[in-house]
Write a protein that binds this ligand. Structure first.
Ligand SMILES: [Zn+2]
Ligand SMILES: [Zn+2]
Length: 133
């Protein structure tokens, strides 16, 4: 069994490096060119290198997750903005304020897919949004 270098990453994943110390069988094979090549590799503490970084795979996965999280956060922020705008708009309508003061950018499209808690904002008729967009 030949000793190979082994890299252990921060994430505990590991990978094999180059051969560190060939065994007798492998040395014989190389010297004579006869017999079988050794196909067993083992790690040894002396040839195991602990690396402070995560492996490529984990770095990639993490970057992907961060991207997804950012995207989700953006959507949540947009929904919050939309809801805040909708609430402000409804309040103005309830108070019968002149429509020229309505400067919100809330549109039907913005509200599509947004679930509005009925206890929070009450929208009785879909037509109520016709004047908004
Ligand atoms: Zn070997
Ligand atoms: Zn990893």
């Amino acid at each position: 069994m030949c000793v190979f270098k082994r890299f252990v990453f921060k994430c505990n994943h590991n990978s094999w490096g180059k051969e560190a110390r060939p065994c007798q069988k492998q040395r014989d094979f190389r010297a004579s060119g006869k017999g079988d090549q050794c196909i067993e590799s083992i790690a040894h503490p002396l040839h195991t290198i602990t690396l402070p970084q995560k492996c490529d795979y984990c770095v990639q996965v993490e970057a992907e997750r961060t991207k997804q999280k950012q995207h989700q956060d953006e959507i949540i922020l947009k929904i919050r903005d939309t809801l805040a705008g909708a609430k402000a708009q409804l309040k103005k309508w309830e108070n019968n304020e002149p429509s020229k003061e309505l400067t919100t950018t809330v549109s039907k499209a913005d509200l599509k897919g947004v679930i509005i808690d009925n206890n929070d904002v009450e929208i009785e008729k879909d037509e109520a949004w016709d004047g908004v967009a």
